[in-house]
Ligand binder design. Structure first.
Ligand code: NAD
Length: 260
């Protein structure tokens, strides 16, 4: 019996999540779109997918900082589309400040969205994967799940936590046809970086475009941003049969950032 590859990708209205959804749809994986954006915006993306890939995904709007909202989301997904066999925990936010100035509500929000939501979605999706005897859990961590940078206390704590959570999930599911891995991107040119680029441009008295170059040069030997579609291709590989023994990893795709 072949397994239905049905992928719920959180935060797939934008940036990396959207690119993963596009790569999956192009290669015949059924996609479920999710984000914070209003339904008409999600539906516009679904319509484009229908035109480009011949598959119109469902779109679910849900604020995943709320565990109860996640429970409702997973119930709705299961009833309206089916139980996902692929989960991509991708939705995330950023906020930068030194520890002593870091607003506690921002800390709580980042931990809730970037870390706890992945736990809730995974715990609610695992029973369906266990029933199928097949599943793929892909958590979008970051280089900041492996190394630190100043002013990113909550983000680094959440992304390091995601790596630890993924390793435990992998150990519990490795003999059940399920894999759990983190992808750890370096800089990718998405809306998430806009505030950081504006800050960099202000502090260094440069243009927005020069700030992009500055951010890259500050961290990685590879002189370009990682393309979101390249992260999508890596996620696609993790969904393949050839990747069935790859579990519990935290894979950098970072232009060499974590090599030094
Ligand atoms: P983005 O800002 O382009 O997209 C973020 C997505 O998350 C959107 O779809 C948004 O709707 C969703 N989202 C945000 N808050 C939400 C909430 N409360 N509830 C539900 N959905 C919510 O960001 P991106 O750069 O594509 O980031 C995607 C992931 O990749 C994040 O986890 C981020 O930490 C990680 N990442 C990004 C980079 C980078 O350089 N852009 C690098 C490493 C890791």
């Amino acid at each position: 019996m072949s397994v239905r590859k049905l992928a719920l990708i959180t935060g797939s209205t934008s940036g990396i999540g959207l690119a993963i959804a596009e790569v999956f749809a192009l290669h015949g994986i059924e996609v479920i779109l999710h984000g914070l954006e209003p339904v008409d915006q999600g539906e516009a993306i679904a319509e484009r997918f229908d035109n480009e890939f011949g598959h119109r995904p469902h779109y679910f709007q849900c604020d995943i900082s709320e565990p109860l909202a996640i429970e409702r989301l997973m119930e709705q997904v299961s009833v309206e589309v089916g139980k996902p066999t692929v989960i991509v925990n991708n939705a995330g936010i950023q906020f930068t400040a030194p520890v002593q100035e870091f607003p506690p509500h921002k800390w709580d929000q980042i931990i809730a969205i970037n870390l706890s939501a992945a736990f809730h979605i995974t715990r609610l999706a695992l029973p369906g994967m266990l029933e199928q005897g097949w599943g793929r859990i892909i958590n979008i961590s970051s280089v900041h799940g492996l190394v630190a940078s100043p002013n990113k206390a909550a983000y680094c704590a959440a992304k390091h936590g995601l790596v630890g959570f993924t390793r435990v999930t992998a150990m519990e599911t490795a003999d059940k046809g399920i894999t759990a891995n983190c992808i750890c991107p370096g800089w990718a040119d998405t809306p998430l970086l806009v505030d950081q680029l504006n800050n960099f441009a202000k502090e260094n008295n440069t243009s927005f475009e020069e700030a992009k170059r500055g951010l890259i040069n500050a961290k990685a030997p590879y002189p370009e941003f990682v393309a979101p579609s390249e992260i999508g291709e890596l996620a696609l590989f993790l969904c393949s049969d050839a990747a069935r023994a790859i579990t519990g990893t935290a894979m950098p795709i970072d232009g060499g950032w974590t090599a030094h």
